[in-house]
Ligand binder design. Structure first.
Ligand code: CU
Length: 70
């Protein structure tokens, strides 16, 4: 399953790398790409393993504003 999140609050490449790392640590997630310009994070995940709501919460816990788009 392909997921896209809108992620507000990223200001530099450091933020991009941090958000990418947060997402990558979850089971079932692969192919993570994060765009500063688009304010988006996209990844593939296995719905049996990955709770996208938990991923979104983890990003928000770091001070960004993530919302599930698709
Ligand atoms: Cu930054």
């Amino acid at each position: 399953m392909q997921k896209t999140l809108s992620v507000d609050g990223m200001t530099c490449e450091h933020c991009v790398k941090r958000v990418k790392k947060i997402i990558e640590k979850f089971d079932g997630v692969s192919d993570v790409t994060v765009s500063l310009d688009a304010k988006e994070a996209a990844f593939a995940c296995d719905p049996a393993q990955t709770d996208v709501g938990v991923v979104v919460q983890a990003i928000n816990d770091f001070g960004y504003a993530a919302v599930e788009k698709t």
